[in-house]
Design a protein around this ligand. Sequence first.
Ligand code: EPU
Length: 417
Amino acid sequence: MHIVVARSENLRGIVTVPGAKNSVLKLMAATLLAPGRYRLTNVPDIADVDTMCELLSAMGVSSTRVGTHELVLEHSGDIVPVAPFELVDRIRASINVLGPLLARFGRANIAMPGGDDFGSRPIDLHVMGLEKMGATFDLDRDGVRATASDLHGAHVELPFPSVGATENILMAAVLARGVTTIDNAAREPEIGDLCSMLVDMGAKISGIGSDQLEITGISPDELRAVDHAVVSDRVQAATYIAAVAVARGDVVVAGARAEHMEMLVTRFSEMGVDITPVEGGLRVVSTRRLTSIDFSTLPYPGIATDYKPLLVGMLAVAEGVGVATENLYPGRFRYVDELVKLGANVRIEGHHAIVRGVDTLVGAPVSAPDIRAGAALVVAGLAAEGETVISNVHHIDRGYDDLVGRLAALGADVSRR
Ligand code: EPU
């Protein structure tokens, strides 16, 4: 299966942004904290959700999809706290079961997490925080075996605001004895979404949305299953904005939350895209060639590393020279070789990509190296003469809910073959 894109102009209509992958996977992990029946709505129809369902099912939480965007999860209380390699290897978010398992069952046995391959992705910060809370770890090449007979509150200061470490420490703290504070916590909207579901379940959390979370542990019987609507996906929203930016047009991105992507909206505007809030979303108008900018990736509220391939794709056809600096994943420039196959003029120097805009790209066979880079190749294909044929689209399917159908509905010349 390939995604085939041809040059497209003047996208029009309304596209609805689905729920966020990087929220729903954590909300699903949180169901390990308390037995009962959970109903998640606005669930994206993506492969990673299916993998997480399999992982939870292997541990004893069953799941049923209701329609395309609803998921019912049943935690019966009978849990095996072991996450097998063949499932963990497929998604990085499988490490998110660590905190809930330790908190609820006092032990966890997890193979080493996989996910996108853009360099080393250690879990030392997860381990450091949970050790401070009384957990003990036995780590080797096969995975993580952790135990905690008396998980207790602690003051955890993260040297870097890791998304995954914040989430694991947070979920463990919900049932730990006493108060846990997390300083320099990650502040991504998806963490706010997780906090909001945990609070509905009965957790006591303050400082939500800030870089300092305070969690007062409660007893397991105070926690209950809930219904929750997944926050909309800011990276998918950004993808549709980028598509309009390069192909030009006038599109309403319904469900896009300006307050979750302020910095990005500012940078897109500097490039010449006109973005205005409308009822329930953002209206995106692009009428002229983009202007280059320089940008750096940073933890939230900075420009997310997940937006970077989209921005580099936009710079590839913009007027002037732009420098993209990657501060999170040193290896996350692999897709640049693919953009170059489309005629982009990009040079890598250390953790910078120097992008000299060209008038037009030219379609070619390319391969999706990971989720976000794959989507960026689809977007770049909209600005390329001839056909861009993207292989390895299973990466895109991990995180994008019908990218092709949604773009085609806006008038883009894109299909799966
Ligand atoms: N890091 C450490 N030690 C740790 C944890 C992280 O050194 O214990 C380093 C990582 O190696 C990396 C950086 O810190 O260089 C960022 O890691 P973080 O823990 O913040 O990210 P994550 O939880 O592994 C999530 C998203 C990623 C997204 C990053 C950054 C999920 C499932 N994944 O990963 O999303 O890029 O935050 O925003 O939530 C994607 O969706 O395509 C994706 C890769």
